[in-house]
Structures are given as structure tokens and as C-alpha cells.
Design a protein around this ligand. Structure first.
Ligand code: S5P
Length: 265
């Protein structure tokens, strides 16, 4: 099933997690990663229950939950696994290797439940080794998404910086892929050319209502993002703030899946 739509991407992939993502996306016919930016555990459980069937991955910001507890989080992650989802902690690591390794532990113990994490490469390539060592410390494997571009206006990730992140990230087996700017399809096409076909590009900054979002966020069209090379659209408020999150998630799933078929055929 995954090979039918993902074709050579699936056949040539050497990443266990990338293959897992392609399989889940094909099972659910969705390239949607939900940015589950709700700040209560009940809000998170409710969202998961409503939209689980229409999404392929669940992105969290574990440190913004007001009533977080280790026990409730464990239950939440179990529910996410039961809903056939990859769990992606958007921690945006940026420290030196050994500290990143320790930050995978600590109170949130990200290494024990995340399949994917985000990281900047500003401190150099050892951050990726540190994060991989973190998963290794608990006998798990995971993938790092490097921020190659950002969706927020005025960000400091220059085209030269993006190029360096891609050049270094492409060679590293611990790098699952890159975060690209979903709000600008032309930037995304350029990014895809540089990234090649092996690694993933996941894109925030997409919404069916394009334009400016809150506090400097920018939104582009999800179909255009996928056609320009995005492998996964990261959608937050477009789903969790909508009047009917389930119906919205279904719409994003359909748009993204149809665009993938259009792109790959
Ligand atoms: O450049 C970025 C990178 C990320 S990971 N821009 C982003 O918006 N994000 C994340 O995507 C951000 O942290 C948030 O969780 C999500 C976008 O949410 P939305 O509500 O704007 O769709």
C-alpha cells in the first residue's frame, strides 16, 4: 500500500521511522501531523479521540500543558499509539551534544515516548548525536527533524544557513528530515531540490485559510505545499481551533492525500 503511492521514496528509504510514517499515512490516507497545542490533558485527550483516524502523526509541546503529570502523559501516549500515530515532540533542541542527550531525559523523559523530535543545527552536528544517544540510553530509536526553514515572519534562517543545514543533515543517518516553510511553496520547491528524495520534509505554516496568522505566523495552502515537496503538513489551529475538529482534520487529510497522488503520478 505504502509502496503504491510513495513509489521509489518507499523502496529506497533506509530509515525505519520514515517507512513507518509512509505506512501509517497510506493506511489513513493522510499526510497530516496534528500540532496538538492544547494546554490541558483533557483537551489533548478530547482532540486525539476526535481526530485520531484522520492524522498520521501527533506533534506535542509537552512543556505547555498546565496540568501535566507523568502518569497522564503515559496514558496519552498509549492512546496515541493505539490510534496508530507517530509521536513527535517539537522541543526544538539547540544545545551542545551532551546537554541535548540529558534534555532527552529529565522530568519529561522525551526519549521514552517520542518517535521524532525537532532540533536546530545552530550549535553544530553533535546535537543530533546527543539526541540519538538519548534514545539509545533507553533502547529506543527515533528520528530528528532539523529546522531548515521556519514559517514565522522575520526569522533568521537565511538561505545560506538553510543550505548548510541540508548539506550536513543529508549525510547524517540520525536525521529523519527537515522542517520547511509551508507558507511559501517557492521556497519549499528550492528546499526539495537541495534535500533530494531520501529525507523527509515536513511543513508547518499551512492552513486552508491562507494569509497571516497570530503573532507573526504565516499560512500557505496545504495542497500547494505538498505539490512543492512537503511530505507532511503540520496543522495546528486549522484543526484544534475549528468548530468541528473532526471534519477539519478529514478535509486536511483529503487535500494532502490527493495532492500526494497528484505529485507522485
Ligand atoms: O517554523 C515553524 C516550525 C514549527 S515546528 N513554525 C511553526 O509554526 N512550527 C510549529 O507548528 C509551531 O510550534 C506550532 O506547534 C505549529 C503550527 O501551529 P498553527 O496553529 O499555526 O497551525
Amino acid at each position: 500500500m505504502a509502496s503504491e503511492v510513495w513509489g521509489a521514496r518507499w523502496l529506497n528509504s533506509t530509515s525505519e521511522i520514515a517507512r513507518k510514517y509512509m505506512e501509517v499515512s497510506a493506511r489513513k490516507q493522510s499526510l497530516v501531523c496534528l500540532a496538538a497545542d492544547r494546554n490541558t490533558m483533557s483537551g489533548l485527550f478530547e482532540l486525539l479521540e476526535e481526530v485520531g483516524p484522520y492524522i498520521a502523526a501527533l506533534k506535542t509541546h509537552v512543556d505547555l500543558v498546565d496540568d501535566w503529570s507523568a502518569e497522564k502523559w503515559k496514558d496519552f501516549c498509549t492512546a496515541a499509539k493505539e490510534a496508530d500515530l507517530l509521536i513527535f515532540e517539537d522541543r526544538k533542541f539547540a544545545d551542545i551534544g551532551k546537554i541535548s542527550r540529558s534534555q532527552m531525559a529529565g522530568i519529561y523523559d522525551i526519549r521514552s515516548w517520542s518517535d521524532l523530535v525537532t532540533s536546530h543545527l545552530i550549535s553544530g552536528p553533535d546535537v543530533v548525536d546527543g539526541l540519538q544517544a538519548g534514545w539509545g540510553d533507553v533502547g529506543r530509536v527515533g528520528g530528528v527533524l532539523l529546522l531548515a526553514q521556519m514559517s514565522s515572519r522575520g526569522n533568521l534562517l537565511s538561505p545560506e544557513y538553510t543550505d548548510q543545514v541540508v548539506t550536513k543533515g543529508r549525510e547524517h543517518p540520525g536525521v529523519f528530515g527537515f522542517i520547511g516553510n509551508g507558507s511559501r511553496p517557492e521556497e519549499l520547491s528550492e528546499l526539495r531540490k537541495k534535500v533530494g528524495q531520501e529525507k523527509m520534509i515536513w511543513t508547518p505554516g499551512v492552513n486552508l485559510a491562507v494569509g497571516d496568522g497570530e503573532m507573526g505566523q504565516r499560512y500557505g495552502d496545504p495542497r500547494e505545499a505538498v505539490l512543492a515537496g512537503s511530505d507532511c503538513i503540520i496543522v495546528g489551529s486549522g484543526i484544534h481551533r475549528s468548530k468541528n475538529p473532526r471534519a477539519s482534520a478529514k478535509s486536511y487529510a483529503e487535500v494532502s492525500w490527493n495532492a500526494l497522488i497528484e505529485r507522485e503520478s
